[in-house]
Ligand binder design. Structure first.
Ligand code: HEC
Ligand code: HEC
Ligand code: HEC
Ligand code: HEC
Ligand code: HEC
Ligand code: HEC
Ligand code: HEC
Ligand code: HEC
Length: 557
């Protein structure tokens, strides 16, 4: 790797100077590969050739130069001028300055307005390069992936430019689950450090997410070495644990191969999709494993209909059952979850949301017109514009109604499996629905393992519970954390006396929205199967297919 850089470097100098060079004949050229820095005090080099946007760094880091040249950072100055609104204060974020790196007083373009400093170049993020280019082996100007919304300029990477009322990326991200994970789970703050455990950290801690998850490895597997993305300031420092997903976890600072410089595709309904990279821990019950922790981050798997759900023997479909939210939706998760918009507040002032709260139907503050951060509010106070933006739903009212219909359907079908009649989050034979009848049978036959998510044998009743957990809505919290009357809390092979261990799960269905047809199919087939398998009766519920069958879905019979 290092030799490669060195060789490339030599070849690049040679090319720059028009000297022929073959692999066997590399000439050392005694000429400085950089111009004197216009702002000598800070040591920012900027462009080697402003006219062609050839950075000084790019003289040696040839591939990085090519990649960066295709990003919007490389046209930040031109776009600013073309806006017709350029003013001196705009320059700070559209040129090489103290913004985005460790320098903390006016520098670069802010001190010497030289053309060499136009655009967001390598040194905007990496800091001044003079010492490095003088002796590359001596010091390397490492960039930072840290974003601390509480810190000021000089310490804050991408956040120094991508913040303020006009560009509220950091502000909105910081309030999202991607932004605060690391700190919240710090034991010093009363959290549990699961984000720092293997393999949990592969999705829950920014640096490991980069190394493993976006390094091309499967984050669900423990103990993996390697991964290429580890050259930045915070890498390898034990106490520098990063939030779940800092900007540079989802965005590649250099590469514009994917839209918005994402590290992985956005619109592709596969496990390679940028969000599905993490939102896919456990979507189907794994053979030989206890199911008491239920589905975990199955949202992505449900949307793309891979490894999602327990298929009863009467499962009638061939291939993945993907709805149009996956197949006819080019921005996939972002259509609903990244709702950037501009508007006006109650006083008529312009307001901007970057969409980086990642909330699909955020609660909107009536005074500011911006996402309020509230986790719950009336449906009429939520923004449904994501559903209409791509032309999928005719208008906001239609989308809101569709949402209510799907949510209602999920509630009816999961209730048919188990209604927690007395609201105590314990599944009892006296509760409503099919599963309590199965439990009554099991108790009568002294076969409590028929519903025991602590053992590793999966029964149809337990498969149906898994499906209900995938489909359940926030109004049916009983599926999230419940006990089963008489259930043991250890494997039946061990001597165990403790009764009543709890079973948990994560929300996955998005109130049914993520893939209504798949979820309805999982519930309908589960209900039908339990009826025949256990000989129990279903409560009076409409078992016909309500949700429109997605195009291309084929039935076996
Ligand atoms: C004269 C050629 C040259 C120039 C110009 C140059 N670099 Fe380097 N750079 C190198 C070499 C060679 C290494 C490897 C050093 C080593 O292995 O000790 C390196 C290493 C690095 C590293 C560490 C990467 C790693 O994988 O270890 C970073 C980051 C870096 N350079 C950034 C920059 C930036 C930013 C600039 C512009 C300010 C720049 N470089 C300009 C030659 C150069
Ligand atoms: C010095 C200020 C500055 C820093 C530091 C900075 N950016 Fe930017 N960024 C900009 C500007 C300005 C633009 C818009 C350029 C344009 O469109 O003309 C931009 C655009 C972008 C875009 C839009 C790309 C697209 O194709 O839609 C992304 C994504 C982005 N930046 C991510 C990052 C990330 C990630 C970091 C940190 C690793 C970062 N930026 C650091 C100023 C900065
Ligand atoms: C605090 C840093 C900062 C300042 C100051 C700033 N910008 Fe930007 N600018 C950005 C960032 C970050 C982006 C990329 C945002 C995005 O892609 O959503 C951007 C993008 C742009 C774009 C291209 C994308 C677009 O929105 O059309 C233009 C044009 C622009 N800015 C003009 C201006 C003007 C004019 C000013 C001064 C009135 C200004 N900027 C001041 C950070 C800044
Ligand atoms: C928007 C901010 C930003 C810009 C602009 C930027 N970098 Fe980086 N760079 C980073 C960050 C953050 C990392 C660490 C994360 C990673 O590797 O993706 C990094 C990593 C690197 C590395 C080490 C890891 C690797 O991929 O080899 C090198 C070398 C590097 N950058 C060189 C450059 C050069 C040369 C340029 C300009 C042509 C440049 N960077 C422009 C932010 C930036
Ligand atoms: C969880 C992944 C994720 C994280 C973390 C993230 N982004 Fe994004 N970002 C996206 C996606 C996906 C898009 C594309 C949205 C679209 O095209 O609809 C995007 C779009 C953008 C854009 C382009 C917006 C435009 O209108 O051109 C900018 C700029 C940006 N992000 C900056 C940031 C910054 C700065 C941070 C850190 C504070 C950040 N992002 C964190 C996923 C992420
Ligand atoms: C690096 C892994 C990773 C990536 C990539 C990622 N996420 Fe996440 N996401 C997480 C984790 C981990 C959490 C939970 C954090 C916590 O609560 O501690 C989360 C939380 C969320 C939440 C909040 C869930 C809740 O219960 O409130 C939403 C919504 C979300 N992500 C959507 C997305 C979208 C959309 C994308 C793609 C643009 C994405 N995520 C990309 C790991 C990731
Ligand atoms: C493949 C990626 C991945 C792995 C590995 C992973 N998680 Fe998660 N986890 C997520 C995502 C994404 C979310 C957010 C979406 C959700 O809650 O379903 C999440 C959510 C959580 C939450 C809920 C956060 C909250 O406060 O609501 C907990 C707790 C959790 N994970 C614990 C763990 C533990 C413990 C491990 C390791 C044994 C682990 N995770 C491994 C991706 C993962
Ligand atoms: C058609 C719109 C839509 C699409 C596409 C979509 N989501 Fe969602 N998502 C929602 C809605 C609606 C919610 C529920 C929000 C609420 O209740 O506040 C949600 C909730 C979530 C949650 C929080 C858990 C929950 O159920 O409350 C996560 C995490 C999530 N989505 C991730 C993703 C990921 C990852 C993708 C892409 C693979 C995706 N979503 C695609 C609409 C969508």
């Amino acid at each position: 790797m290092r030799h490669l850089i060195r060789w490339t470097a030599t070849a690049a100098f040679a090319a720059l100077l028009g000297i022929g060079c073959t692999e066997t004949e590399i000439q050392f050229v005694d000429r400085e590969p950089f111009n004197p820095p216009p702002d000598a005090a800070a040591g920012f080099l900027g462009y080697y050739t402003p006219g062609t946007k050839q950075t000084t760094c790019g003289n040696c880091h040839v591939a990085k130069q090519t990649e960066w040249r295709a990003t919007r950072h490389a046209s930040a100055w031109d776009d600013l001028q073309a806006s017709g609104n350029a003013q001196p204060f705009c320059n700070t974020c559209h040129t090489v300055t103290e913004y985005g790196n460790a320098v903390d007083s006016a520098a670069g373009f802010n001190r010497v307005a030289d053309t060499a400093y136009q655009d967001v170049q390598c040194e905007s993020c990496h800091g001044p390069g003079l010492n490095h280019v003088t002796l590359p082996e001596g010091t390397q100007p490492l960039a930072s992936i840290a974003i601390d919304p509480l810190l000021g300029a000089g310490t804050n990477g991408c956040g120094e430019c991508h913040s303020s009322a006009d560009y509220p990326f950091v502000e909105e991200w910081a309030g999202s689950r991607h932004g605060f994970g690391g700190a919240t789970y710090d034991s010093a703050l009363g959290g549990s450090r699961y984000y720092n455990r293997d393999p949990c950290k592969n999705c829950h801690e920014g640096r490991e997410a980069l190394r493993i998850n976006f390094g091309g490895l499967d984050p669900r597997v423990s103990g993996q070495a390697g991964g290429p993305l580890g050259t930045y300031l915070e890498a390898g420092i034990p106490d520098a644990a990063q939030p779940t997903a800092a900007c540079a976890v989802c965005h590649d600072p250099h590469d514009a191969t994917h839209e918005a410089q994402l590290r992985a595709p956005l619109g592709e309904p596969t496990e390679e999709q940028v969000c599905v990279h993490c939102h896919r821990r456990e979507g189907e019950p794994e053979e030989g494993f206890a199911t008491r922790r239920g589905p975990h981050a199955a949202q992505g798997l449900i949307v793309i209909a891979e490894e999602a759900g327990w298929h009863p023997p009467n499962w009638p479909y061939v291939g993945p059952v993907r709805g149009s939210h996956a197949t006819a939706n080019p921005r996939l998760c972002a259509s609903c979850h990244i709702l950037a918009y501009e508007g006006t507040d109650a006083q008529g002032n312009r307001v901007v949301s970057s969409g980086h709260t990642f909330k699909a139907i955020p609660c909107i503050s009536q005074t500011t017109g911006l996402p309020s951060g509230a986790t719950d509010c009336e449906l009429t106070e939520r923004r449904f514009e994501g559903c209409t933006a791509s032309g999928c739903h005719g208008n906001v009212e239609a989308a809101r109604t569709a949402f209510q219909v799907v949510r209602q359907r999920m509630d009816v079908l999961t209730d048919a499996l188990w209604t927690d009649t007395d609201g105590d989050s314990v599944m009892e034979a006296t509760d409503g629905g099919i599963l309590p009848q199965v439990l009554a049978q099991a108790i009568a036959a002294n076969n409590l393992n028929e519903i025991n998510m602590y053992d590793t044998v999966e029964t149809p009743a337990e498969g149906a519970i898994w499906n209900a957990q995938l489909a359940s809505t926030r109004r049916r919290d009983n599926w999230r954390n419940f006990k089963v009357a008489g259930q043991k809390s250890c494997t039946p092979t061990a001597t165990c006396t403790t009764q009543g261990g709890s079973n948990t799960a994560h929300y996955s269905s998005a109130e049914g929205v993520h893939n209504p047809f798949l979820l309805e199919a999982l519930l309908l087939t589960s209900i039908e199967y339990l009826k025949t398998y256990y000989g129990v009766s279903a409560p009076p519920v409409d078992l016909s297919v309500h949700v429109t069958v997605p195009p291309g879905v084929r039935k076996l019979r």
